[in-house]
Design a protein around this ligand. Structure first.
Ligand code: SAM
Length: 359
């Protein structure tokens, strides 16, 4: 059964493997999901496998589908229990590039009530969230360098006509960059470097200020007065006109930069959001009828806001209470949710179609 109560919300009461097989390749921008943990909970949905190997085989099949449907610049966030998380991370690492193994520290929970005398090991107070992207996609640290390099290249290409004009005029007037720098230092009363590299060079090119440009006009025309008189004067273009050309190119550059930025995996941290791999969020308070693993909305909002852009498609193949969907819809994303249990599905559908956050 597939419900589509709005163009942005698609819910399936089905086994996720059946639905995933129907989704097109590279059709989802973020998979944010919380599969069964394997025998961590008494619920029937967590005890579907005879042993851990069978669970791992099943999860491997799910991850194969995730790898197929996730877009190249997409993000995967997958929750795991502390006990199974290293095995789950290994399975993810066979298909995706793991970026973080996030530790969600729960401020409240049963660990506070545990009987110390009866404990034979430490009580888990955390859940794990493996954050990954496709192999070959830009990796978080390399992305910054790659992005900066790409922007510098774009910048160089877009502003090349202006740079070539300035440099061509310099050559026509017979001045070297070193001579111009020396003259500029003398004019400014400065020691050290100069500006020729910025005005005439390809890397770090910058438009001269009006004051510097008018000085350059005087300088470059000073050696051969008369020979280069108008209309053959060097740098005959007046500054207002030159700056208008620059403004047009600047708009082209900003457009290209924005197009390039849109191709990257989104990752924008809000000022108040955790920026490390240790997250502290209160669990969802207990209440009658609550899904036993309902994820807190602040946590889900943090993931969605950091790793999606409005209009993108978010998938949760293990919908549960629907917290991922609430956060995705709030952020202006399309949402696909899959849940196999009929009663759990009905509750999530009601919550999502009402769009009333319960925490
Ligand atoms: C850990 S819970 C998800 C809880 C959810 N993150 C929330 O905030 O409420 C896992 C859910 O996956 C569902 N499930 C288990 N196996 C499934 C399958 N093969 N296909 C779809 N849903 C499944 C279970 O019924 C359960 O509701």
């Amino acid at each position: 059964m597939a419900l589509d109560p709005s163009p942005r919300l698609t819910l399936h009461n089905a086994d996720c493997l059946d639905v995933l097989a129907t989704l097109p390749d590279a059709s989802v921008d973020a998979i944010i999901t919380d599969p069964p943990y394997f025998n961590a909970r008494p619920d029937h949905w967590d005890r579907q496998w005879p042993n851990a190997d069978a669970f791992a085989r099943w999860l491997g099949d799910v991850l194969d589908q995730f790898a197929r449907v996730l877009r190249p610049a997409g993000s995967l966030y997958l929750f795991a229990s502390p006990r199974m998380s290293s095995r789950v991370e290994g399975l993810i690492g066979e298909r995706f590039r793991v970026l973080n193994h996030v530790v969600w520290v729960k401020t409240t929970g049963v660990h506070q009530k545990a009987c110390r005398a009866a404990q034979r090991s430490y009580h888990p107070q955390t859940e794990r969230i493996v954050f990954a992207e496709h192999y070959g996609a830009e990796h978080a640290a390399a992305a910054a360098a790659g992005y900066a390099r790409q922007c510098a290249t774009l910048r160089g290409q877009v502003f090349e006509p202006l740079r070539a004009y300035l440099d061509g005029e310099r050559q026509r007037a017979g001045w070297s960059g070193a001579e111009i720098d020396a003259a500029w230092r003398a004019w400014r009363g400065k020691s050290g470097g100069g500006m020729a590299g910025h005005w005439f060079g390809r890397s770090q090119w910058a438009l001269p200020t009006r004051e510097n440009y008018e000085w350059l006009q005087r300088l470059l025309n000073s050696r051969t007065p008369g020979v280069l008189a108008a209309p053959h004067a060097v740098l005959a273009e007046d500054y207002v006109h030159l700056h208008a050309r620059y403004d047009v190119l600047r708009r082209d550059y900003d457009t290209l930069k924005a197009e390039y930025a849109a191709l990257r995996r989104p990752f924008q941290l809000a000022a108040e959001a955790p920026n490390t791999d240790v997250w502290i969020f209160n669990p969802t308070p207990a209440r009658p009828g609550r899904h036993p693993c309902e994820k807190p909305l602040p946590l889900m909002r943090h993931i969605v806001r950091t790793s999606t852009r409005p209009g993108q498609v978010v998938l949760d193949a293990f919908l549960g209470s629907g917290s991922t969907g609430v956060a995705a819809l709030e952020a202006g994303c399309d949402f696909i949710g899959i849940e196999q249990d009929a009663a759990i599905f009905a509750a999530a559908r009601d919550r999502l179609t009402r769009r009333q956050p319960s925490t």
